[in-house]
Design a protein around this ligand. Structure first.
Ligand SMILES: Cc1ncc(COP(=O)(O)O)c(C=O)c1O
Length: 382
């Protein structure tokens, strides 16, 4: 019986021993391995520093907080994103303001974001959706011109680059996810790429209850240390077991990205022969991570998206709808009415195909063959 999941993490074999070594060291909460993982992550994304957290959502909330986002402020976000993008704004007591996407890239449209700026706008949060870099030159210029901060939701974008520059090296704060559905994983986890050492220190302080001494410093002190809490903070500490896994994943990152890129190219080539499905637009100046492969269903397709997904599932092939539209959820309905036509269209007609480094050519060929069968008019009529 065929069983092809939508996604699967990629491990090379040494992970179990690396995690076990963390356990055996006795240091299982945030400690030396988290520090090492942060340094290696920063190096890999071209950032001055990186600060680990428990998830991308907590990373975003913390990044917005150090940017000065507070109750009463507005943060401009795309609605076409996972709901955590907006929730992080709400968790700061601020209001997410949804702006429309570019219909080709499905990323936040800089011109739509600019139109949404008000005197209460504190930040704009471009999302590098499914690992495709947002138009960062335009956003950074917009931020400078209007005096608003840019905080990147780079959940899916580790290893992506924009005009030859790595995501994580471009803006002041970029937040990555280490959830298993992402490019690399620590089980759960997040990372903030940061350029300013003072901001990095503030992030480390706030993620640890705003305690004025770090665990590492206290454990290595030669005298008694009585810590102080000059303000309020959070507990967003990553564990050293997670960091041990993360270090292994960084070693595999190049291979993961290469395998994803190769599989995506195979889908794109196959979709050229399928009138009912369209490959995602691939801007020439960006290198994406292919965290997901989003195919768009043609308006003339003889089969609807849900029915196509249902038939594939019956074949043992898991798919997902495309990226959600946050403004369509009850959770944010009170902020409406909304006019986001490109977001509505993208949320309606995109589906994600199985794509992960361990997907074999035979399995992918089966997905392609089933797509051809189910989208052919004769099969639908039958
Ligand atoms: C664009 C985007 N932002 C934020 C998140 C939240 O990441 P995490 O699950 O690490 O909190 C996700 C996860 O799906 C995402 O896709």
């Amino acid at each position: 019986m065929t069983s092809i999941p939508i996604s699967k993490p990629f491990f090379t074999g040494g992970e179990g021993a690396a995690v076990a070594a963390a356990v055996e060291s006795g240091w299982v909460s945030q400690g030396p391995r988290v520090r090492e993982f942060e340094a290696e992550f920063a190096r890999r994304v071209g950032a001055a520093d990186a600060v680990a957290t428990t998830s991308c959502t907590t990373a975003l909330q913390l990044a917005l907080y150090v940017t000065g986002v507070r109750p009463g402020d507005e943060v401009i976000v795309p609605s076409l994103s996972f709901i955590a993008t907006a929730n992080a704004v709400w968790q700061c007591g601020a209001t997410p303001v949804f702006a429309d996407i570019d219909p080709r890239t499905y990323n936040l449209d800089p011109a739509a974001a600019e139109r949404a700026i008000t005197p209460r706008t504190r930040a704009i949060m471009p999302v590098h959706q499914v690992g495709l870099p947002a138009e960062m030159d335009a956003f950074l210029e917009l931020g400078r011109r209007h005096g608003v901060a840019i905080v990147e939701d780079a959940a899916c974008a580790i290893g992506a680059s924009y005009k030859g520059r790595l995501i994580g090296s471009l803006g002041p704060l970029a937040c990555f996810s280490l959830h298993p559905r992402k490019v690399i994983t620590t089980g759960e986890g997040g990372m903030i790429a940061v350029q300013d050492p003072e901001v990095a220190a503030q992030l480390r302080f706030l993620r640890q209850h705003a305690m004025d001494v770090s665990d590492l410093a206290r454990h290595s002190a030669s005298d008694v240390v009585i810590e102080r809490y000059p303000e309020r903070g959070w507990n967003y500490r990553m564990t050293d077991m997670q960091a041990a896994l993360g270090l292994c994943q960084l070693e595999a990152l190049d291979e993961i990205l290469a395998r994803r890129t190769r599989l995506a190219a195979r889908y794109t080539a196959a979709l050229e022969g399928m009138p009912a499905l369209h490959a995602p637009y691939d801007p020439p100046h960006s290198e994406r991570t292919w965290q997901s492969y989003s195919a768009r269903l043609d308006a003339q397709s003889p089969i609807g998206r849900t029915e196509l997904m249902r038939r594939l599932l019956a074949d043992g092939i898991a798919t997902r709808r495309g990226v959600m539209a946050i403004h369509q959820e009850d959770a944010y309905a009170e902020l409406g009415p909304f006019e986001l036509p490109h977001t509505d269209a993208a949320a309606a007609d995109v589906l994600m195909l199985p794509l992960y480094p361990g997907l074999s050519d035979d399995e992918q060929d089966l997905v392609i063959e089933r797509l051809i069968t189910h989208t052919s008019a004769m099969a639908v009529a039958a």
